[in-house]
Design a protein around this ligand. Structure first.
Ligand code: NAP
Length: 306
């Protein structure tokens, strides 16, 4: 093997795993890096992925594991390393981790996205003490207790349904009077008898000393403020792309996503983006895995030109 890889894949969520599978089958000399110990990225925080064709009702953890095992079967596994920097040196891209420096002719950026914070008083202070961003990870601590979910998207709806199975009562605080979550998820949510919707309300402050005791909210229509007594606050207000390392490498849009179309081609030759990290209309597992495949094919085309 030469000391310059054909391809480096950064990230082992659905997009990165799919890219690894396609790269292995294309016999590309590939280095694959991921800092987490389990494959699957954001889906490992998801209780159930119910819209991936052929695998209805699969848990996120199981789906991530199955995808990782598929790659492993083809002889490719990610190295557990935290990427510190990535530089474009023309025909060669240089990736530095704490211990190593890797060189590759092409690069697929598949670092995905992370949860967005509310940025209100009490959020940081009470993180891990009742404030959580992952219902499937932390929900069990709130068995038979009261929780609040903040948000109106798919994640908020799924988290609230998941928590409703465990908790005595679940409030869903949303800043508008309708949710953006898929209709099927809304139906499941509204069917839960122990869920109460708190519409048109923005969170102002998470209260508590060593443990969450309440969430102060303001109704944006009536301006009325109230405190919802709760043991936990689950924040599900969207995602932000993990593009901090790539600001100088590729062009980003105003939201910080890497500007790239379906083939993953970015503003920098030889650098491709796949999954939630790129500009796209629909961020789902099914689009992430297709991105990974497309990016490898685009990388192969590029390799023929250098
Ligand atoms: P999302 O779809 O962007 O929804 C974020 C929600 O949080 C929105 O309802 C938004 O309100 C609200 N929000 C944003 N900032 C807020 C703030 N500062 N204060 C209060 N509320 C705020 O995000 P998501 O639910 O985390 O999902 C992320 C991505 O993953 C989406 O693309 C989603 O489709 C995808 N996903 C897919 C599945 C699936 O296919 N099964 C499951 C989970 C997630 P507004 O509605 O008013 O903007």
């Amino acid at each position: 093997m030469s000391d310059v890889y054909d391809l480096a894949i950064l990230g082992a969520g659905p997009a990165g795993i799919s890219a690894a599978i396609y790269a292995a089958r294309a016999k590309l000399e590939t280095i694959w890096l991921e800092k987490k110990f389990v494959p699957g990225g954001q889906i490992t925080d998801t209780y159930e992925v119910d819209n991936y064709p052929g695998l209805p009702g699969m848990t996120g953890m199981d789906l991530g594991e199955a995808m990782g095992a598929h790659a492993e079967k083809l002889g490719i596994t990610p190295k557990r390393e935290n990427v510190l920097s990535v530089e474009d040196e023309g025909d060669v891209k240089v990736i530095r981790t704490r211990k190593h420096e890797y060189k590759a002719k092409t690069l697929i950026l598949a670092f995905g996205a992370a949860h967005r914070e509310l940025g209100i008083p009490g959020e940081k202070e009470l993180s891990g003490m009742g404030v959580s961003y992952c219902a499937t990870c932390d929900g069990a601590f709130f068995k038979d207790r009261v929780t609040v979910v903040v948000g109106g998207g798919n994640v908020a709806a799924e988290d609230a349904v998941f928590l409703a199975r465990l908790c005595k009562k679940v409030y869903v605080v949303h800043r508008r009077d309708e949710m953006r979550a898929e209709k099927i998820l809304q139906e499941r949510l509204f069917a839960c008898e122990n869920v109460e919707m708190v519409w048109d309300s923005v969170p102002l402050e998470i209260q508590g000393k060593e443990q969450v005791t309440g969430l102060k909210v303001r109704n944006v229509k009536t301006e009325e403020e109230r405190v919802i007594s709760t043991d936990g606050v689950f924040i599900a207000v969207g995602i932000i792309p993990n593009t901090g390392l790539f600001k100088e490498l590729v062009k980003l849009d105003d939201g910080g996503y890497i500007m790239a179309g379906e083939e993953g081609i970015t503003s920098t030759p030889g650098v491709f983006a796949a999954g939630d990290i790129r500009t796209k209309a629909l961020r789902q597992v099914v689009t992430a895995v297709s991105d990974g495949a497309n990016a490898v094919v685009a990388a192969q085309h590029y390799l023929l030109t250098v």
